[in-house]
Write a protein that binds this ligand. Structure first.
Ligand code: UGA
Length: 442
């Protein structure tokens, strides 16, 4: 099938490359000419496992092409996926829909009769209906559907090729049939498919992210209680997660969630529910957000206490800058937020990350960065483990003890082997775990 993918950010680039890979003819569109030139040259503009190979093969097969023109997009196909960003508004919690709206305004007048515009961006419920209203003026024969995206950064290609479910929010049987055809290989592989109205599809996406964020904040709230009670949240999470009704996933206690989705999505969801008069129903999301931001503050406070009450004149080695492992994304990164706060309070901070240093440097130019773990920890009075890259689990604690000034580490992700670090002479501390359960030096 012929289709366009408008917006070549994370969702759009991956969707375009995957659709070309399963045999569709795809035109990727973006207003960013530099990005389009990079893609047209067969290079992915972001770091994502397996994406480079798909872009290369798509471009060389001719099935994946790129343009900056919405008029060209409208002429190219009758199926258009809208994948532009919906960031948080600069002056409030609601979503900023200016990019979605400008696609509708730019594309609408050029659409061919019968065109289907399919939103993939995460939007406040009611957006599809609003767009349909606008298109009724710009392109009276066009139709709008919503087909939310559930990919995770770091496994985006895999998540797109092997989704756990497909949600088709459609207003007609024709749109349903068209979208089923798009995803035919996934359907043949047995992926469950849910056909809904557009508003329900929009809500499925935000409800899913809200649930996952709530699960993370729940376990982090338990970590606070564990700390107060002298209990161990990692043991608690494992035992609680063994109940199949609860499940072990997204129950990893630590520094909390960041990235471009969860924080802004729960705020936008709460804001939209308030507009609809249903704010009270999701008021708990404000608490989910508060618990999450508190983890960053608590980590900084704990670090300061470990250093005897002050960061002044102290050296801190930071392991991790990305918002999660497997990604070079630092948007709303808990790790960078902590590193910046520690530096602002007077510590000399050196940050290591295997992938995200360029992005980190661009948003936090005042921190010092290195690609070398021992260098990040050289002469450190404290090491902070803030993003759970596998590289950090592979560190030899005895060797690292030789480069620091004081072998003291705070594991804010709860994945390092406390006993091994303790046995190598480190004072090992973690969020939500009493010293007595960690073993080793104190
Ligand atoms: C998230 C969702 O998982 C995707 O399904 C969704 O499509 C995407 O948002 C989106 O809306 O676009 P992503 O932001 O890539 O995907 O990252 P996740 O793997 O979900 O992690 C989010 C944050 O939660 C990370 O900062 C991670 O470190 C943190 N996290 C995750 C925890 O703190 N504890 C956990 O147990 C799990």
């Amino acid at each position: 099938m012929r289709m366009t993918v408008i917006g070549t950010g994370y969702v759009g680039t991956v969707h375009a490359a995957c659709m070309a890979d399963i045999g569709h003819e795809v035109l990727g569109v973006d207003i960013d000419a530099e990005r389009i030139a990079t893609l047209a040259a067969g290079r992915a503009p972001l770091h994502e496992k397996d994406l480079d190979a798909l872009v290369v093969s798509g471009v060389s097969s001719g099935r994946l092409r790129f343009s900056t023109s919405l008029a060209e997009a409208a002429a190219f196909a009758d199926l258009h996926f809208v994948c532009v960003g919906t960031p948080q508004r600069p002056n409030g919690p609601a979503a900023d829909l200016r990019y979605v709206d400008s696609v509708v305004e730019g594309l609408g007048p050029h659409l061919r009769p019968g065109a289907l515009v399919v939103g993939k961006s995460t939007v406040p419920v009611g957006t599809a209906e609003r767009i349909a209203g606008r298109l009724a003026h710009l392109a009276p024969d066009a139709e709008v559907a919503w087909n939310p995206e559930f990919l995770r950064e770091g496994s985006a290609v895999h998540d797109t090729m092997h989704p756990e479910r497909l949600v088709l929010g459609v207003a007609s049987a024709r749109a349903d049939t068209l979208l089923r055809t798009v995803y035919e290989p996934m359907r043949r592989a047995g992926v469950p498919l849910f056909t809904t109205d557009p508003a329900t599809a929009e809500l499925v996406k935000v409800a899913s992210n809200a649930f996952l964020a709530t699960k993370i904040s729940f376990v982090n709230a338990m970590a606070e209680v564990c700390e107060a009670a002298g209990a161990d949240v990692t043991l608690l999470a494992r035992a609680v997660g063994a109940d199949s009704r609860i499940g072990p996933h997204f129950l990893d206690p630590g520094l909390g969630f960041g990235g471009s989705c969860f924080p802004k999505d729960i705020r936008a969801f709460a804001a939209r529910a308030e507009e609809l008069g249903a704010g009270e129903a999701v008021a708990f999301l404000h608490e989910v957000d508060r618990i999450n931001t508190r983890q960053r503050r608590r980590t900084v406070e704990r670090a300061r206490r470990l250093l005897g009450g002050t960061f002044a004149g102290r050296r801190v080695g930071v392991l991790g800058a990305a918002f999660k492992p497997g990604s070079d994304d630092v948007r709303d990164s808990p790790a960078l937020a902590v590193a910046t706060a520690v530096r602002a309070q007077g510590a000399a901070v050196r940050v290591h990350d295997p992938q995200a240093l360029d992005n980190a440097r661009a948003v936090c130019p005042d921190l010092t960065y290195t690609l070398d773990i021992p260098k990040a920890c050289e002469d450190a009075d404290l090491v902070l483990h803030l993003t759970q890259w596998p590289e950090y689990r592979a560190i030899d604690p005895a060797a690292l003890a030789g480069v620091v000034r004081t072998p003291l580490i705070l594991d804010a992700r709860n994945v390092l082997d406390a006993r091994a670090w303790g046995a190598a002479g480190w004072a090992f501390r973690a969020l939500g775990r009493p010293v007595s359960t960690l073993g080793g030096a104190s």
